[in-house]
Design a protein around this ligand. Structure first.
Ligand SMILES: NC(=O)c1ccc[n+]([C@@H]2O[C@H](COP(=O)([O-])OP(=O)(O)OC[C@H]3O[C@@H](n4cnc5c(N)ncnc54)[C@H](O)[C@@H]3O)[C@@H](O)[C@H]2O)c1
Ligand SMILES: C[C@@H](O)[C@H](N)C(=O)O
Length: 373
């Protein structure tokens, strides 16, 4: 880059950072490659020119889990099939492999991550890799590596290449000393799972990179997400997906939490739309970098009651798993998402009755197809 242009960018960045109150700072040393110079950072330093800005090039990490395939298909409608790259360390199904670009990416491999971002001219990164609450407790050292070390790699690559970065947080980022009904955006966060601790760390690190290095970090705290065509990956809220599969398949469901357990939940379509909306929200509309988002909140008994309206023969039994129950009992019962609604117009579409009808319609048609075959 010619020296004059670089100096102009640096001066421009310093003016901008003063205007937004951010502190002038330097990138962490590994972001500077082999150079020993310390260059003031600018989130747009390496990014695309203005005319290219509408044509995002997207990377999704951990994309073969419950949410990533749906996110890819949603974003491909917006940005075009070839501009959204799904990645994971697992082998994709043939259907996923044929539906758009897929690439192997282990978020613990920093150089490989950087290579993917550079070679594909990525502008937006959705960081979905994680070990969820229940599997995280069963494998704390792996959860620590994936959820914390992996996040550090993603933050550094995103800051270095001027990406807009989305990292989902969760209701699990709160703990027993947080207000539970409702839980506001800003309150005590002392979660008791490695998953929750890693998500609070992600929220704080993302905000730190935003203030220190100008990284365009955006984060939503998702509720338990309920999806029809993908399986949950080992969380405490998995029962709210599994009940639909079992209701249609066997007419029986054994639940691992108590019937009066109340948690915030959301249908996947609302979750994915919220994710794109916050990523597209003008920077000046965001008064925070991390927002609660919510749609509904129900107990297991209320969920079962709603499903019974459609499948009266369903038998629900309870066999409580103490680990999952302790986690659920420490999480919010209701989520206060008024800031998201006020700042960038968040509004959910699905409440419990629509959710149940949609899920059962999907599974009903699936099982009819299976029977016909
Ligand atoms: N599903 C929910 O209810 C929910 C709720 C709140 C927040 N979230 C967050 O949303 C994100 C996606 O959730 P999900 O339900 O799809 O999770 P999931 O567990 O279903 O999928 C996570 C994916 O990460 C991948 N992964 C693991 N280690 C990896 C590594 N080293 N490198 C690359 N990928 C790796 C796994 O192979 C898996 O496909 C997570 O960050 C999760 O914390 C999910
Ligand atoms: C709530 C969420 O983060 C995830 N579904 C879990 O239960 O771990």
């Amino acid at each position: 880059m010619p020296v004059v242009r670089m100096l102009r960018q640096v001066a421009c960045w310093m003016l901008q950072s003063r205007a937004c109150g951010c502190r002038a700072s330097v990138l962490p040393s590994r972001l500077l490659g082999t150079s020993s110079r310390q260059i003031p950072t600018d989130a747009n330093f390496h990014s695309t020119s203005f005319s290219e800005a509408d044509q995002q090039r997207v990377l999704i990490t951990g994309g073969l889990g419950q949410l990533g395939v749906g996110l890819a298909s949603f974003l491909r409608k917006r940005f075009g099939k070839d501009n959204v790259i799904l990645s994971d360390i697992r082998k994709p199904s043939e259907h996923v492999f044929l539906s758009g670009p897929f690439i192997y990416s282990d978020i613990l491999d920093y150089k490989n991550l950087r290579e993917i971002v550079v070679n594909n001219r990525i502008t937006w990164l959705f960081h979905y890799s994680a070990l969820l609450s229940a599997v995280g407790e069963a494998n704390v050292s792996l959860a620590r590596a994936v959820n914390i070390t992996g996040l550090h790699n993603v933050l550094d690559v995103a800051a270095e290449h001027g990406l807009r970065l989305f990292v989902p947080s969760t209701i699990g980022a709160f703990g027993p000393t947080s207000p539970r009904n409702p839980t506001p955006d800003l309150c005590i966060q002392r979660p008791r799972t490695i998953y929750g601790v890693s998500k609070v760390h992600a929220e704080l690190m993302g905000e730190y990179y935003y203030y220190q290095y100008g990284l365009d970090f955006r984060c939503l705290r998702y509720s338990g997400i309920i999806s029809a065509d993908s399986q949950p990956g080992g969380g405490t809220t998995d029962y709210a997906v599994q009940i639909f599969h079992e209701a249609v398949k066997s007419g029986r469901f054994e639940c691992n939490l108590k019937p009066d357990t109340r948690l915030p939940m959301m249908y996947i379509d609302d979750c994915l739309r919220a994710t794109l909306e916050v990523m597209e929200a003008p920077a000046e509309s965001l008064s925070m970098r991390t927002y609660n988002i919510s749609a509904m909140s129900f107990t297991l008994a209320e969920l079962a009651q709603e499903v019974l309206k459609h499948i009266p023969e369903l038998q629900v039994t309870y066999n409580v798993d103490p680990v999952r129950q302790a986690i659920a009992d420490s999480w919010p019962m209701n989520f206060d998402d008024s800031n998201a609604r006020k700042d960038w117009g968040w509004k959910h579409d699905f409440d419990l009755p629509e959710l149940v009808t949609t899920m059962l319609n999907f599974h009903g048609s699936e099982s009819r197809v299976a029977q016909a075959n």
